[in-house]
Design a protein around this ligand. Structure first.
Ligand SMILES: Cc1cc2nc3c(=O)[nH]c(=O)nc-3n(C[C@H](O)[C@H](O)[C@H](O)COP(=O)(O)OP(=O)(O)OC[C@H]3O[C@@H](n4cnc5c(N)ncnc54)[C@H](O)[C@@H]3O)c2cc1C
Length: 353
């Protein structure tokens, strides 16, 4: 399997003894995970926000952490290629699909597991609280839960697509300058290492979070669950208002109701913004793409959004190959014109030869 040249691409592949998925292995995996719960040749376009992607040899929906662990142990035992898909909001899947097991993580659960402070007779007095989530919990659900509990710190995730697991891998964020990162609130997480099948509980510092980065992008470990610490808010109504303002801003700035995978590229770094004297030293890659005159550029069914140039949209029946061509065009122009090496925010799944 190969990533597009020069792309920042990652796959979840069991590293050694990577076996072909022959029919016998396929049947054995289906028997272990449940014949009626495993779909063969399922189109991945149905499972991604881009609405792009060929078939998965096998697709299994994990509805609990136990399901997720069983699927991961099974791929380890059979040494077959696998990928964990969360919401499918930050991936581009190859037109050839994925020749292995796709585990769609729908293990969604969120609960309060601890509080700091003393509750008085008015139900007040809590200082902070710990919130536990299964990794397939939609970030939007986590945001709603925490706001409802009067807890502050993750309200910026309201309406952000994707799951907690996918969010921790990219360190999901909204206003970077206000330090609105998912990872900032993490206390600990349980990870599964697909190289040896070991589970471990790690603290926040293990992830080495920064903008669009966490350690699990390098280790390919899978998040099973995560615990966050949040502060008690003065006023729940103010929290809702703040969250809704974020939703309004996103709706105004991003293309809405159109198939896409969010921002395609990571923002440029501050040093490059100074070197290029961008307006107000913006690090926005959307600005860079727009200034290259590429807004609206179309290849096949894929187009650089007229609304936000860092979004590539699927206007109709786009192929992954169209998106790749557009990505490469943007990268080449950014390099030639500004000397920039743009890096993708999206992750690639499958074979892009
Ligand atoms: C319209 C739109 C708007 C968006 N706006 C924002 C925004 O404001 N802020 C923002 O940060 N992002 C935004 N995004 C991007 C997206 O919401 C985030 O990147 C999100 O974290 C993706 O989560 P996911 O579960 O969908 O991941 P997926 O797309 O399913 O997967 C992404 C990567 O994470 C891996 N992965 C998934 N689950 C796990 C797990 N449990 N353990 C380990 N690895 C895992 C996958 O294998 C893949 O490599 C937007 C996307 C869209 C489509």
């Amino acid at each position: 399997m190969h990533a597009p040249r020069g792309c920042y691409a990652r796959y979840h592949i069991v590293k050694d003894n990577n076996k072909e998925m022959d029919q016998q292995i396929t049947e054995e995996i289906k028997n272990i995970l449940g014949i009626l719960r495993v779909r063969e040749n399922e189109s991945l376009s149905k499972h991604t926000y881009f609405k792009i992607g060929g078939p998965a040899r096998l697709l299994f929906e994990a509805k609990s952490i136990e399901d997720l662990k069983l699927a991961l142990k099974t791929v380890l035992e059979y040494q077959v290629p696998f990928v964990v898909l969360g919401g499918g909001a930050n991936v581009l899947v190859s037109d050839k699909g994925f020749d292995g097991l796709v585990v769609k993580n729908r293990a969604a659960q969120v609960k309060l597991v601890g509080i700091k402070g003393t509750i008085n007779k008015n139900g007040q007095g809590i200082k902070s609280a710990l919130v536990w989530t299964a990794s397939g919990t939609p970030m939007n659900q986590l945001a709603r839960f925490t706001i409802d509990q009067g807890l502050e710190g993750l309200e910026f995730l309201l309406s952000v697509p994707g799951t907690v697991g996918g969010g921790l891998k990219i360190n999901a964020h909204f206003e970077v300058e206000r330090a609105e990162f998912l990872g900032n609130r993490l206390v600990s997480a349980t990870l599964f290492d697909p190289k040896n099948g070991q589970k471990k509980n790690v603290a926040q510092d293990y992830f080495k979070f920064s903008y669009d980065h966490s350690t699990i992008q390098d280790t390919d470990e899978i998040v099973l669950d995560a615990t966050f610490r949040l502060d008690a808010a003065q006023d729940k109504a103010v929290l809702w208002q703040k969250a809704m303002e974020g939703v309004k801003r996103r709706n105004a700035e991003q293309p809405i109701g159109i198939a896409c995978s969010g921002c395609t590229f990571r923002n440029i770094n501050h040093k490059d913004a100074i070197r290029l004297s961008t307006p107000n030293l913006t690090t926005s890659t959307g600005y860079i793409i727009e200034s290259l005159g590429l807004k609206g550029t179309k290849i096949g069914g894929a187009q650089v959004s007229e609304h936000h140039a860092n979004f590539i949209i699927n206007t109709a029946e786009a192929k992954a190959a169209d998106v790749i061509k557009l990505i490469n065009l943007i990268k080449v122009k950014a390099k030639q014109t500004y000397g920039l090496d743009l890096k993708e925010e999206i992750f690639y799944i499958g074979d892009f030869d």
